[in-house]
Ligand binder design. Structure first.
Ligand code: HEC
Length: 214
């Protein structure tokens, strides 16, 4: 027989087994904690409580599994490289079109020439280096690329390299710098290759170069 004490300590499997061969009152006596109300004819109800306990344990376990799978899914999803947005790609292509356009054949060459001319005009219309007349700014941003390193035969800012050139007169130097100049040493591109520079800016830069010969 199952005493109340045994019944409480022996919950679980023993409890279920104890149902057989016992009458309802004995089982209730074994399952209902002392002090709680006894419910007449509620053996099935107590059986349900055991079932509910196990069932909720299974549910809780499944919830844990679910949360684990969600976290796993989020982790793997974060490792996938994001797909390129076709709208953004189209916008980028539209933005770089004047540079990125491909021209082919004779008509293509004409189109390329027209595009280059348009680009040069657009560049000429702009103010280079905010229109500064500070020769040092322009020199460091543009002319120094050749004249500091001596690239392409450009005379460096050394007095010896400039004595003969200065002897031509400052106007000739300015004109050569503005219009471009093919000498024995190499090619000095017109305005250092930036048509957006004004003549005044080039003249100011030549002056700054002559003032800073070593
Ligand atoms: C792409 C390289 C390059 C850049 C950029 C460049 N130069 Fe020159 N420059 C040269 C070369 C090469 C020479 C020498 C040409 C020769 O005498 O054969 C030269 C010569 C000169 C001369 C002397 C011309 C003469 O009659 O002897 C001046 C002045 C001059 N450059 C000014 C400038 C100024 C100002 C800038 C910037 C606005 C500039 N350069 C940018 C390559 C360059």
């Amino acid at each position: 027989m199952l005493t109340p004490g045994q019944g409480r300590s022996g919950r679980g499997k023993g409890q279920v087994r104890a149902f057989r061969g016992l009458d309802g009152a004995d089982i209730i006596a074994g399952l209902v904690p002392p002090g709680s109300a006894r419910q007449p004819g509620s053996t099935v109800r107590n059986h349900d409580l055991v079932f509910l306990k196990h069932f909720s344990q299974v549910i809780a376990f499944l919830v844990v599994v679910m949360i684990g799978l969600i976290l796993l899914g989020l982790y793997f999803n974060s490792r996938i490289e994001p797909e390129e947005n076709p709208v953004a790609v189209a916008a980028t292509e539209a933005r770089i079109r004047p540079v990125g356009e491909v021209y082919a054949g004779a008509t293509g060459a004409a189109a390329a020439a027209a595009a280059a001319e348009a680009a040069a005009k657009a560049a000429a219309g702009q103010v280079a280096y905010d229109g500064t007349l500070d020769g040092q700014v322009i020199y460091e941003a543009l002319c120094g690329a050749c004249h500091t390193s001596g690239a392409g035969g450009a005379p460096r800012l050394e007095r010896a390299a400039w004595a003969a050139r200065i002897a031509q007169g400052i106007d000739t130097l300015n004109r050569h710098a503005i219009e471009g100049f093919q000498g024995e040493a190499g090619v000095m591109p017109a305005k250092g290759g930036n048509p957006a520079l004004t003549d005044e800016q080039v003249i100011a830069t030549v002056q700054w170069m002559l003032d800073n010969l070593k």
